[in-house]
Design a binder for this molecule. Structure first.
Ligand code: HEC
Length: 225
């Protein structure tokens, strides 16, 4: 009985030796260091084996971000005239597209252009912003293509909306702007198109509208004619 007690005391002593020497300010023993220190390279770390000692590499030359589609009309008077004449809206004119366009228009454009598109937005009324045209301005005679072009590049005091909106969103806004133009001109509303095509284009939404290519094809066709 007594020897058991002694062993118990001895065990406590040895256990105490192991635990009491640990320094709380130092990392303790690591049994599986890989769980603490990753053997892989950190994304933006610097390592000798890489060129410029940088782990993060530049994308290969000529690569483009996923979903990004080039816009082929240049930001020049010719590019603008070309887009105005040839570029058309690839999205079907559906209730959904128009409703989405209206929502986006109210967010991005109405402050200047006004809810009706007559160029009397709140900023114009408060004289913070001047020279905003009405969409039925005959001197401008806006088209689907010219509206898209202006959203893409901006025009003088109007900024570009290319970074704030996706390709599809710009075309939705475009439909809404054209519908505002029609009602300013007192024309009847355009009839809605079949929503089936729309389902296809929203499937392509992840790709951000491959249909951007369509207007370019049409341009070619028209120049052939
Ligand atoms: C900060 C105020 C402001 C906002 C916001 C704004 N615009 Fe404009 N917009 C202008 C001004 C100013 C002009 C006239 C530019 C010029 O001709 O010098 C203009 C011109 C236009 C034109 C006529 C271009 C042409 O071909 O003559 C269209 C179309 C247009 N804007 C659409 C839009 C759309 C769509 C949005 C929203 C995505 C928008 N604007 C947002 C100020 C604005």
């Amino acid at each position: 009985m007594r020897s058991l007690f002694n062993r118990y005391i001895a065990f406590l002593f040895v256990a105490g030796l192991f635990t009491s020497c640990a320094d709380e300010n130092e990392p303790n023993y690591q049994y599986f260091p890989d769980m603490y220190v990753s053997p892989g390279y950190e994304t933006y770390g610097s390592y000798d084996i890489f060129q410029n000692e940088q782990e993060a590499k530049l994308p290969a030359e000529g690569s483009i971000p996923r979903g990004w589609m080039p816009y082929e009309y240049e930001n020049t008077p010719e590019g603008s005239a070309n887009a105005k004449a040839n570029l058309t809206n690839p999205l079907p004119y559906t209730e959904d597209n128009l409703a989405a366009g209206k929502e986006l228009y109210t967010i991005y454009c109405a402050v200047c252009h006004g809810d009706k598109g007559a160029g009397k937005g709140i900023l114009v009324e408060r004289e913070k912003f001047l020279g905003v045209p009405s969409y039925d301005d005959p001197g401008r005679a806006i088209t689907e293509g010219s509206v898209y072009h202006v959203m893409y590049y901006g025009l003088n005091n109007m900024g570009s909306y290319a970074s704030q909106t996706t390709i599809e969103e710009r075309w939705q806004i475009d439909h809404y702007v054209m519908s505002l133009k029609r009602s300013l001109e007192g024309k009847p509303e355009r009839a809605f198109e079949d929503a089936k095509q729309d389902a296809q284009s929203s499937e392509a939404e992840g790709e951000q509208m491959t249909s951007e290519e369509e207007p370019a094809q049409e341009t070619q066709e028209e120049t052939q004619n």
